[in-house]
Design a protein. Structure first.
Length: 118
């Protein structure tokens, strides 16, 4: 199974500073076989991946992730104009596929991070 490691830097977003928060996502194939892996990141309605607030979904697909291979990616997260103070969820979905098709899922993991907005 693919292992997920994720974190936020800084841990909270301060609206008065208008700076983005950086989401780091690391995937590690800790099995002994090559895997087809898909990564989906879903933000709630108050945060986005761009300053304009249009994109709250990212996806990446790996046709062939070798045993022991790591993938590391960084995403900036911005507040939307309608943002409310509080805790907002970021969901990271990782699925392993088989039979050389993205339709068939062997296993799936979901990791939820909480972003505090002040």
């Amino acid at each position: 199974m693919v292992e997920i490691r994720a974190g936020l830097s800084p841990i909270r977003m301060v609206l008065s500073e208008r700076k983005p928060v950086e989401l780091s996502v690391e995937l590690l194939n800790n099995t002994n076989k090559t895997a087809m892996v898909s990564l989906d990141i879903v933000l709630n309605d108050y945060i986005a991946f761009d300053k304009g607030g249009r994109s709250n979904f990212q996806t990446k697909k790996f046709e062939s992730m070798a045993p022991g291979e790591r993938f590391m990616a960084y995403f900036d997260i911005f507040p939307k104009a309608c943002v409310e103070k509080g805790i907002h969820d970021i969901k990271i979905h990782v699925a392993e596929h088989y039979n050389n098709s993205w339709e068939y899922v062997t296993s799936k993991k979901v990791k939820t991070l909480s972003l505090r907005i002040e």
